[in-house]
Design a protein around this ligand. Structure first.
Ligand SMILES: *Cc1c(COP(=O)(O)O)cnc(C)c1O
Length: 375
């Protein structure tokens, strides 16, 4: 059985509706800041429940431009367990990343964030790892009390919610990626910034477009970071079916959990009632022989992966920050134990059962059927 991690050829196998809309864009010559971009931004803002959504050319730029727009230059507290861009954008904005440890839920530990605040701290960049919201209500309250900017790196978390509000609507700004491998994806690169703050939104709209107030006035030195109109067409199309995609991923996750519940070597974070997880990644911890398990699954055709084997503070790029092994024990333990199984919307029940059986057999557990008939 082949269970691939990438589902892109299947996802866009039937893309005639997208092609038709792109043809119209081409025929109008409406390539940059076109009408489809405005329509997409409006729909995105409505979906997240914020006043403004600004399309930019990547999730990386969404983070970077937001930090630049607010002139953040001091310390920025963030997680050592994320993709590189979360930290890189802080450095490139001219600020200093300060890591705080995670919990076993893969997200920032709120009390570690509180403890890391100094009089140099200007902002917090919080990630919703794998589509599982971090305790963003706590962080918003903390940020407001301390006068800090809170940016949500929601690259993994389109459609996720904490309590009654979407990820991306809790912070002063939210940064989304639409890279092909993200839940809401396009045919190349794309990103979106969400905010309720009209001044920030206006500034970001200028910054992504050369700092132009209009054709003849350059308000400030900007960048070229527009979301292409053609990509907005793709994103809008995918967004129309995103709830079904997320539902399917949640069902796949439930089916995996049900069959792995008694496997003591596999650990996952508690499901909190206020947290709506979208399973951008189905990541759990394999407490024993992780690398062997990954290799074993790979040899059976299951495209299991490790996100990620090395936390950010131990990457060569982070050398200048002066961290050493042992500084963030939980994040380091995650890196040693995490495993991601393909559980995306194109994985079938049969494939889920196959993966669960393979994990059970690896750790010497009997098949799930026998187990479920026990009292
Ligand atoms: C993918 C990702 C980004 C960067 O997004 P791009 O669109 O690839 O630039 C930022 N943060 C996290 C957590 C990501 O996974």
């Amino acid at each position: 059985m082949r269970i691939p991690f990438s589902y892109l050829p299947m996802q866009f196998a039937d893309a005639d509706a997208i092609w038709a809309k792109i043809r119209a864009v081409v025929e109008r010559g409406d390539f940059t800041l076109g009408q489809e971009l405005a329509a997409f931004e409006e729909a995105f803002a409505e979906k997240i429940g914020v006043r403004h959504a600004i399309g930019v050319n990547s999730g990386t730029d969404a983070l970077f431009l937001t930090l630049k727009a607010r002139g953040i230059k001091g310390q920025v507290i963030t997680t050592p367990y994320s993709f590189y861009a979360t930290t890189a954008t802080i450095v490139h904005a001219g600020a200093t990343p300060v890591f705080a440890d995670t919990g076993y839920c893969f997200n920032l530990n709120p009390s570690a964030v509180a403890a890391a605040i100094t009089d140099q701290t200007e902002a917090i960049v919080a990630v919703h790892w794998a589509g599982r919201p971090c305790d963003i209500a706590f962080l918003r309250d903390l940020a407001d009390r301390k006068g800090l900017l809170l940016i949500e790196d929601a690259a993994h978390a389109f459609g996720a919610r904490w309590a009654d509000r979407a990820c991306g609507a809790w912070g002063h700004a939210g940064a989304f990626s639409m890279h092909p491998l993200k839940t809401l994806n396009v045919w190349g690169d794309g990103g979106v910034i969400t905010t309720d703050d009209i001044l920030l939104a206006d500034k970001l709209r200028r910054m992504r477009n050369h700092g132009m107030r209009n054709r003849d006035v350059c308000e400030e030195w900007g960048w070229n970071s527009r979301l292409d109109t053609i990509q907005a067409v793709v994103a809008h199309h995918v967004m129309a079916r995103i709830d079904a995609i997320i539902l399917r991923r949640r069902m796949n996750a439930d089916r995996l959990f049900a069959q792995l519940r008694d496997v003591k070597e596999i650990a996952w974070a508690e499901q909190l009632p206020q947290s709506f997880h979208t399973y951008y990644l189905f990541s759990v911890r394999a407490l024993e022989r992780r690398d062997e398990l990954v290799a074993g699954l790979q040899s059976l055709g299951v495209d299991a992966k490790v996100h990620y084997p090395t936390p950010l503070h131990l990457q060569p790029a982070a050398r200048h920050l002066g961290y050493i092994e042992g500084d963030f024990p939980v994040a380091e333990e995650l890196a040693k134990t995490t495993i991601t199984l393909p559980a995306h919307e194109f994985v079938t029940n049969e494939q889920i059962d196959f993966m669960a059986a393979a994990v059970r057999s690896f750790y010497g557990y009997p098949p799930f059927q026998l187990q479920s008939s026990a009292p």
